[in-house]
Each structure stands twice: as C-alpha cells, then as structure tokens.
Design a protein around this ligand. Structure first.
Ligand code: F6P
Length: 537
C-alpha cells in the first residue's frame, strides 16, 4: 500500500470531523438506543463503545478504510503463516500456539509436542517427583526473563491467583539491578528452588547475568555442578546457547522464531503459569485466546471487537491528536495488565517508517499507560477529567466478584461506571455555579470557584465487560488486545512485529560497560563522558 490512500483517508476523516459538532451528551439524546447500536460481544467479552465521539457515518468511513488498508488480506496472511514480519522474513504465528483439537500443520505439531513436554514437567514438579539436590521436592520457581519473557506470565500469574497451587510459589526476576534477584533469593531455600531461564534469544544481558548469579547461588548453597540440572530449565529458541550455559538438553523447552517475544506467553514462556495454576488452567487460557482468534478471523468487521477498537483508536490518533491511551482495569489482580499492554502496543507500533521503509507522514503508536482502578482515581484521573488533553480510555470491568467480599465488588463496579460517566458528562459552568449557590456560597465565592469546578466532559472511553476473571476469559481478553494492535499496525501500514529500536541501546550498553573498565572513547558526547566519570569517582 503506498502512502496516498492512507493520507487521503485521513484527510477525508478530518474533513468529516470538521463538518460536525461533537457532543457525547447530544449523541445520546439523539439516539436513545445508542448503547445498543454501539456495542457488541464475543468470547465472553462485551464491548460498549457508545461513549465515543462517533456517529454512524463516522464508523462507516472507518470501516471503508479497512478495504484501503487491505485488512482482510492481512488477517488471512497472519493466520496462514505468511512472512508478515517483512524485515525479519518470518511469520507471526502466535495464533498457532493456541490451536485446539488435533494438530493439522507442522507448526501445530511442534506446539502439541511442546505442550506434552510442559504437561509432563508440571506433573513431575507438582507430584514431588522432581526434586532438588538434597532430595526435597520443589516449592519455589523463579522465572528469570525480561520483556515478553517476563511481563505476560507475570501478569497472568497475578491475575489467576485463586488458581494457584498452594504448594508452589512462583517468583519473577527481570531487572539487571541485582537487588531484584538478591531480594527474591533472600527469602528462598536453594534446595527447593527451581529456575526457569526464559529467553527466546538466550542472549539478553539481563537474563544471562541474573541466570549466572542464580547458578552461583545454588552452587554456594552446596549443590554439586553435576546436580545443577535439578535446578535449571530453560525456554529458548537458541538451544545451543542454552546448552552452553549448562542447561541439560532434556530441560530445554523450545521456542520458535515464528513467535514474537511479546506474543509468547502462550508458548512454553507460559511455563510459570502452568506451574502456578496447573496445566488445566493454562489450557483454558489457550482455549479463551483461541475463541477470540476465531472471532477476529471470522466476524464481520462491524461486529469485530479488535477491529472496532483499533478503528476507534485510529480515529483519535489521526484526527483528534490523541497521543496517549489510558487503560484502566477495574480489578486488583489485573494491576500488571497495563505494563503487559505497554510492551505489546508500544514495542509493536512505535515505528517511523512504513512496511517499505518510507517515512510516515502521519503519527504511529501512542503512549499506553494506566493502572488498576479504583487506585488510579486518587492519582492520575484528575488529569483525565480536567487536564487540557483529551485522553481516550479503555475501562475493563469484571462482572463476577473476584473475592468473597461481594459488597466491595458492587462498589468497585460503581467506581468503574461512574468514572466513564463523569468523563462523558463533565460539568458545565452553569452547573458548577448552580451547585455552589445551592450549597450556600456567596456571589463572590461562586464567581471565584465556579471555573475551577468546570469539568469539560465529552471525553471518550470504551468499556469492556469481562464475564469472569478466569483463565478462559483472561485468554480471550489478551488475544483481543493482540489483535487490536495487529489491526492498528495494518491500518498504519507498518510492521508491528519487529523492534529494531531496542537494538541500539543494547549495543551502546556494551560500549559503556567496556568504558567502565577501560578508556572513555574520545568521540563520545560530553554529557555521557562526564556522567560516567562522576559515577566512577
Ligand atoms: O527488549 C527487547 C526484547 O527483544 C523484547 O522484544 C523481548 O521480549 C525481550 O527483549 C526479551 O528477549 P529474550 O526473550 O530473547 O530474552
């Protein structure tokens, strides 16, 4: 696709925006059935997108654009395993990781074999048949990985706490800061601790350093070199490097270059999930994701959750200048969801050239941020309500209570709904004045205070209702966002599956490390050279 159709479509959409006044309050008055018109559901998730600055003709224009962007073909290419990651000449087949039924392709067969290896391993650990160097069963599992080899399994494990096996505690270490590993290990008995070294490339600095330190810690606790294999398994596509590190061949779970790191929690990178929650729960997670895959592949675009969410985000990004998107899960156990989504979305969509390498003349990915509700309400929501920027928000509500404190769940849902309502309604100057007058303020006070109490409103949001925070629905929710990001990338004509920007920092990191030991190169910028001297003093 050349740049013209996209630029033309954006120009057309901008024209449409300029032709209308946009008031959410009015849109709801004009169409009392708006909530039904602008909502749809699939795989246990209900999407209400009626609180968006959208008219029916806006949606038609956006849907028309999916033809220009050849979205149907792109979805077909994704599922069929075409080399859609065109800078690394690979498919992006994370959907094959959650296939159901009997394997039909080579990829699915590889996945089935890996699942069997995982299941067997989980059973051995859970039954106590897998023991540490003193013969005691494993009670602690530490996942050492970073980025996609950390954020997904970490978030899912926290979300599914009620499914946890009480005999196994799963921990996560990612940071190169030794405090992460050291604080984690301080609480653990080495003889009962198993490490998963999770790294697709097996070359990531943080993971290698943490794994080396962990290895030494186990040896220092009295484990013989020959018994180390009882304490280390790996997940990697680089079998040779994992073996060179000292992981026994039978303890390596495969990864494949056709799965991107940020799309990998469905592979053996999800081993901590299976160990924490059991293999059945892990399988349910895959089943939920697969249900969303089927919906994405088959549903007409006007009812297609990932497509609709991507189109709406595209509308705000291209025509309303929205540079960020808030994601607000109203569930304590989804506290790590925004961090997972940040990598998925920002590593995928933070690009400046199109698929052919031509500079983009339109904005690409946005800043994704957020936190669990209701905590965020007492922190950054003020900016959502009264700041000068319009920041679209995704609210995620869980229908069934997540704890036995059902009364608190009712309050949680009230908080969630009232926030999107407040963003929509706002408070006009007249309303603010009336309110102050009613509470007995003097004329002078009303005059002074009323402007501060005005809340612009008309701020858009989606609300997702997830039936239950269980493995199936969580799988469906995560796959929904994966496909939304893919669709957004397709609409922008960029490759959402590479991440070359991360590489420069890695290369320079090595050079800075070398300079600590040796000389500071004369061609460095003055600031970096000076900072390093100060740090070394
Ligand atoms: O930070 C970039 C990145 O390449 C991510 O894309 C990836 O998830 C992460 O590093 C970890 O990579 P690996 O699994 O190869 O250690």
């Amino acid at each position: 696709m050349d740049a013209l159709p996209l630029s033309a479509a954006i120009a057309h959409l901008k024209q449409h925006k300029d032709q209308h006044t946009w008031s959410l309050r009015e849109l709801f008055t004009q169409n009392p059935d708006r909530a039904n018109t602008f909502s749809t559901s699939a795989a246990g998730i209900y999407l209400d997108y009626s609180k968006n600055l959208l008219r029916e003709d806006t949606l038609s224009l956006l849907l028309d654009y999916t033809d220009t962007a050849a979205l149907k073909d792109a979805i077909q290419a994704l599922f069929s395993g075409a080399n859609i990651n065109n800078t690394e000449h690979r498919p992006a087949l994370h959907t094959a990781l959650r296939f159901q039924g009997a394997p039909e392709t080579e990829h699915e067969q590889a996945v089935a074999d890996c699942r069997a290896q995982m299941q067997q391993f989980v059973e051995r650990v859970h039954s106590g048949a897998w023991t540490g160097f003193t013969g005691k069963p494993i009670r602690h599992v530490v996942n050492i990985g970073i980025g996609g080899s950390d954020l997904g399994p970490r978030m899912v494990c926290e979300a599914l706490r009620p499914w946890h096996n009480p005999d196994i505690q799963v921990h996560f270490v990612a940071n190169i800061d030794g405090a992460d590993l050291s604080d984690t290990l301080a609480r653990l008995p080495a003889e009962e601790t198993l490490f998963i070294v999770a790294s697709k490339s097996f070359s990531t600095l943080e993971t290698r350093q943490n794994a080396l330190s962990a290895r030494q810690w186990v040896l220092d606790a009295g484990c013989a070199e020959s018994e180390l294999e009882k304490h280390f398994v790996a997940v990697s596509s680089n079998i040779v490097a994992a073996q060179d590190f000292g992981i026994a061949a039978q303890n390596i779970f495969p990864m494949w270059d056709w799965v991107g790191g940020r799309y990998s929690l469905w592979s053996a990178i999800g081993l901590p999930i299976a160990l924490a929650c059991g293999f059945d729960a892990y399988s349910e997670l895959l089943r939920g994701a697969n249900a969303m895959d089927t919906h994405f592949a088959e549903a007409p675009f006007e009812q297609n959750l990932p497509v609709l969410m991507a189109l709406i985000h595209f509308w705000y990004r291209q025509c309303w200048g929205a540079g960020s998107l808030a994601v607000l899960p109203y569930a304590q156990r989804l506290a790590k969801f925004p961090a997972w989504l940040q990598q998925l979305d920002m590593e995928s969509l933070g690009k400046s050239v199109d698929r052919e390498g031509q500079p983009l003349n339109y904005p690409s990915g946005s800043v994704i941020w957020g936190a669990e509700g209701s905590n965020g309400q007492h922190s950054f929501h003020q900016l959502l309500h009264q700041g000068t920027d319009m920041i679209p928000a995704d609210f995620v509500a869980i229908k069934q209570p997540t704890s036995e404190l059902t009364e608190q769940h009712r309050w949680l849902l009230s908080c969630c709904l009232s926030q999107s309502q407040a963003l929509l309604q706002g408070k006009s100057l007249a309303e603010a004045r009336k309110e102050l007058e009613a509470s007995g303020h003097t004329h002078k006070e009303v005059h002074h205070l009323a402007p501060h109490k005005v809340i612009p409103g008309n701020r858009p949001s989606n609300t997702l209702i997830v039936e239950k925070l269980d493995p199936y629905h969580l799988g469906s929710l995560l796959a929904l966002y994966e496909h939304k990001v893919f669709t957004f990338g397709t609409l922008l004509d960029i490759n959402p599956f590479d991440q070359w920007g991360v590489e420069l920092g890695k290369v320079l990191g090595n050079a800075v490390y070398d300079a600590i030991e040796g000389e500071i190169p004369s061609n460095w910028d003055g600031s970096t050279a000076n900072l390093l001297k100060l740090l070394l003093k």
